[in-house]
Ligand binder design. Sequence first.
Ligand SMILES: [Zn+2]
Length: 422
Amino acid sequence: MIRTLLIPLFLLIIQALGAQDIRYARHLIDTLCSNTYYGRGYVNDGMANAAVLLAQEMERHGLRTAGPSYLQAFPIAVNTFPGLMEFRADSTFFTPGLHFVAAPFSPTTEGEYRLVFPDTTRLLNGTYRAPDPRSVVVIPEPGQSRNLRRMGDSLRYRNPYGGAGVVRLKEKISWHVSGSWPLKDYFLIDAVDSLWPERPDSIGVVIRSVAEPFYMVENVFGYIPGTRYPDRFILFTAHYDHLGMMGPYAIFPGANDNASGTAMIFDLARHYAAHPPEYSVGILACASEEAGLLGSRYFTEHPLIPLDKIEFVLNLDMVGTGSEGIRVVNGTVNPEAFALLDSINRTGQLLPEVLARGEAANSDHHPFHEKGIPSFFIFTTGKEYREYHNLSDRAQDLPMTAWEEVFQLLQRFADAIMKDGH
Ligand SMILES: [Zn+2]
């Protein structure tokens, strides 16, 4: 009884001091990264349940819907990995997600495969052919050769060597889910070099993938109506999906990528709901960014608000650090807006560095940019945290170094645009 009475009082005091933002953000990041949401991907309805959570958050903050609900559903084609995943070289077992990952286009396969070790020259010039359909080509740790790494990367388009598949040895592994469709007729496995035995004869592989040609995913959209110019929008976007699961045990939590950006736009939603802005402020949590910017692309093709009424898009993806500052993709494309952002940062002495970058199709701002809508993609930089697309991108380790400063910068920038537009 005493506890339930004390906590609200405590929260009230914190709120009065203006420190409530990061507490709310941390709570949302913790929730999104908890096992309940299975890494917000395609196994166990992780992403779908996260969409429901975010819609409830929008309702709690009092955001308006642009249609019958906050959810904008659409189908995508994706390969998923709900079943058993095993990888063994001779008698050494590799742990799924930690010691090996399978490329997302890998088909279901099970069996023992003979390894072949072609020399680098023949791997590079593409003249090597696997001796039989059950053999698997090994590409050694490519750290020393850029060309070999490029050759390895091109395997997501085609396998010039034939055989059942390819094993790439890597110092560090990370998983990706883009390019999963259409499935290939070979598998590609990245395995950690440090565990790889001396010249093994064979590998044992179990991949149980399930191809989903019509998997339903949902964007989550809501807005706070503007007090003076309700038909003009500032749109905050962030993808809430991550990689989900590879097999029944490996969950990729995706704290920095991108529970952090999601929490930032919901922190802003909370703020603007409490302090109604002059323009309308849209909050778009995008689905399936990791599968190839599918949610933001769908939104720009099926907009819930008129695209020509969007004055600016601010996309947040990986904002959990910040000791060095931020990078601004499209900064050089929108020089006036960048100068405004930079001057707000300097005047407010917020972040050590605000760096402009050119355009890049690397997050959800890009489909808007392609439609001619001014947009920035902002991410934080800093060496205090480097987990990326691995099992260790966990909420409890996320530093959130410059949370307040990034929040302040975004809010002041959006407010300045609303003033400028008069
Ligand atoms: Zn990512």
